[in-house]
Design a protein. Structure first.
Length: 181
């Protein structure tokens, strides 16, 4: 079975537990932390997949690294380790977040701007673009990009809304080149 399918199944099971226990926010926060640790420390995954290292030692490392996790999230990591599926942790977290977002009517968005956005600006962007995509709100990650010159560029899933000055200049350049040909 492919890793993507397995990750979706584990994510769905964990999501069901979170819904039943009303701990969706807690699980999501913990899983985001787990994802960040695994994404930033590639060596951790290679150590946990090393067949020469005893399983008890690997579990001890995970317990030390993630001592503050809830029992269910911690047990999920242990099960993945037992079944030699620890390499799907990042995919599992992404699938869990998708399920969580769907349940809440939220979508993740990256907003590129020349300067950090204020909370009011984030709220305005969230309100206006969430309505366009049929969601209740957007969870905005603001990324500062000086190359935009001005305006904002928004990425929601695989859609990009480009209202930046650099984007407008690039479109204008393409139009002029097309007219010249």
């Amino acid at each position: 079975m492919s890793n993507g399918i397995v990750a979706k199944r584990y994510a769905a099971a964990l999501f069901q537990i979170a819904k039943e226990q009303n701990t969706l926010d807690q699980f999501e926060g913990e899983l985001r932390t787990v994802k960040q640790v695994f994404s930033e420390n590639k060596e951790l995954l290679s150590v946990l997949q090393n067949p020469k290292l005893a399983l008890d030692r690997k579990k001890g490392m995970l317990n030390d690294a993630f001592s503050g996790l809830s029992t269910n999230v911690s047990n999920t990591l242990m099960i993945l380790l037992d079944r030699h599926r620890i390499n799907i942790v990042v995919d599992l977290v992404e699938d869990f977040i998708k399920l969580s977002n769907e349940a809440r009517g939220i979508e993740d968005a990256k907003v590129y701007s020349v300067r950090p956005l204020t909370e009011d600006e984030k709220t305005t962007i969230s309100t206006s673009f969430a309505a366009k995509i049929g969601k209740a709100s957007l969870r905005i990650e603001n990324i500062v990009d000086k190359a935009l010159i001005g305006g904002v560029k928004l990425r929601i899933g695989n859609r990009i809304y480009d209202g930046s000055v650099s984007g407008k200049l690039a479109r204008l350049e393409r139009e002029l080149i097309a007219k010249r040909s």
